[in-house]
Design a protein around this ligand. Structure first.
Ligand code: NAP
Length: 443
């Protein structure tokens, strides 16, 4: 991949890039099928991604007609990198075996290793024979909705497709690598004012938050809506906060320390709750809720903004879910995409039905939603929330930090990009957007 990287850095044109051979193997971060039982019997917290994520060369798969090779300049760590690496809630080798049964091309995904990673920015270096809208040399970001669009269920809303998967999580050949294999319908233009690492961190989390809050498929937030955001400086929360501010909503942001609260104040958020300082104990013990603590959260929100949330942006799961369902206003919406602290939910249904609330399940985003979310980044209206950048061989350490909530925003990973700060092709737009907006989460 060195020749390809050097050609990209030298600004080679489409024909020159297309002429370069794609090597037979490439460097990647991967987990191994033989390791899936390595953490059995351990508590989640003790399962260490640094032990299960390996860096090494893997063979380059053949390119299907509807796919492209992307030379990956940078990628990012998502929480799904943590899930893959601790083999929770299930090992991802099962979904890849099922994918392999779908077609001759899909068989490639069933390997004794999985190249992980669901984000990438980079350059197209080769396109399959059926690819029409992209060419070698295109600067791209990759979204992770992996869908076979020849299946009728993949139309209307492709997140409802029977064969919908998350690339680099439920498929092989993900983004934490020097090369990636992606379907042409995962490509989006790279925002020109961003560096490779800034461009790499957005697609998964930004698109997820867009669908949850902005899209008609989610909570369809409107001006003036009060939105309670858990983990408001985390991967998805930091984009959610921007969507609420941009869309004329009133964010009530929950975080767990003063540094995170400061980032939010700098963004223009006024209503902030430090959940550690408040010391909420929504559970008396593992099986018993404390409803008075739900009420305390509700009254803290009213003290801050004078009313109950129209929307609750929920993802911590078991630890907060019952409280979220309680504090949402009469007729309000709880929109959820995850369950970090546990996926078996329990809540008091009386508060739900008597107050006519809605619960909306949400998962990533369809191509159009991802495209619209990327467009807002490209226009400088939503900003990347990168806080640190790691080298590819530090992928395990970066995943460890996310697993233990030691980070803010997003963690970037340099793949072929030799250093941070490269890849900006529209410096005027960058100057207009302003470094302060682009570096707010930087440590
Ligand atoms: P993240 O960067 O770790 O941020 C999550 C934040 O939530 C943390 O920083 C923490 O913030 C807060 N939090 C964690 N545990 C909590 C708890 N028990 N109670 C209250 N707050 C808690 O992760 P992320 O990237 O935002 O992802 C969050 C979850 O969404 C993960 O489970 C991920 O897998 C899932 N996800 C799903 C999709 C999808 O398409 N379905 C897409 C993206 C992410 P404070 O400590 O500051 O409060």
């Amino acid at each position: 991949m060195d020749k390809i990287r050097d050609a990209i850095l030298a600004g080679a044109d489409s024909a020159a890039l297309a002429a370069l051979p794609v090597p037979e193997s490439y460097r990647a971060a991967f987990v191994r099928a033989e390791d899936t039982a390595m953490f059995e019997g351990m508590a989640s917290d003790a399962k260490d991604p640094r032990q299960s994520i390996h860096i090494g060369d893997v063979p380059t798969p053949e390119l299907a007609p509807d796919e492209v090779y992307v030379a990956v300049m940078a990628s990012s760590i998502n929480f799904n990198t943590v899930w893959s690496s601790i083999f929770e809630p299930v090992s991802t080798f099962g979904p890849m075996k099922r994918l392999a049964r779908e077609s001759e091309w899909a068989k490639r995904h069933d390997q004794p290793y999985q190249v992980i990673g669901s984000d990438a920015s980079g350059v197209v270096v080769k396109v399959g024979s059926a690819v029409r809208l992209w060419k070698p040399g295109d600067h791209v970001t990759v979204h992770c909705n992996h869908v076979d669009d020849q299946d009728n269920t993949a139309h209307d809303d492709s997140m409802l497709a029977a064969n919908q998967r998350i690339w680099g999580y439920e498929t092989n050949f993900g983004g934490l690598a020097d090369l990636s294999v992606v379907k042409a319908n995962q490509l989006m233009p790279k925002p020109a004012h961003l560096t490779w690492e800034e461009a790499a961190v957005n697609a998964l989390c930004n698109s997820t938050s867009y669908r949850m809050l902005v899209s008609q498929n989610g909570a369809a937030m409107k001006q003036g809506d009060v939105v309670l955001i858990w983990g408001a400086t985390g991967g998805i929360g930091a984009y959610a906060t921007q969507y609420v501010l941009n869309g004329g909503g009133i964010p009530v942001c929950v975080v767990s320390n003063a540094e995170k609260a400061k980032i939010l104040r700098d963004m223009g958020v006024e209503a902030i709750i430090d959940r550690k300082e408040a010391g909420y104990k929504f559970w008396k013990d593992e099986h018993t809720h404390d409803e008075s603590e739900w009420r305390r959260l509700g009254s803290d929100i009213r003290d801050l903004v004078g009313e109950d949330p129209d929307i609750v942006f929920e993802h911590p799961g078991r630890s907060t879910f019952a409280a979220s369902m309680y504090v949402a206003k009469r007729g309000g919406t709880v929109v959820t995409c995850a369950a970090t602290s546990g996926f078996m939910m329990e809540f008091d249904n009386r508060h739900f039905w008597m107050r006519l609330k809605r619960l909306v399940g949400s998962h990533f985003a369809n191509y159009q939603e991802a495209w619209q979310a990327n467009r807002l980044i490209a226009k400088g209206m939503i900003h990347p929330v990168i806080s640190q950048t790691f080298a590819l061989d530090q992928t395990g350490e970066a995943a460890f930090q996310i697993h233990h909530n030691m980070h803010e925003g997003k963690l970037g990973v340099l793949c072929l990009a030799p250093e941070e700060g490269l890849g900006v092709t529209d410096p005027e737009l960058r100057a207009k957007v302003g470094e302060a907006n682009l570096t707010r989460f930087r440590r």
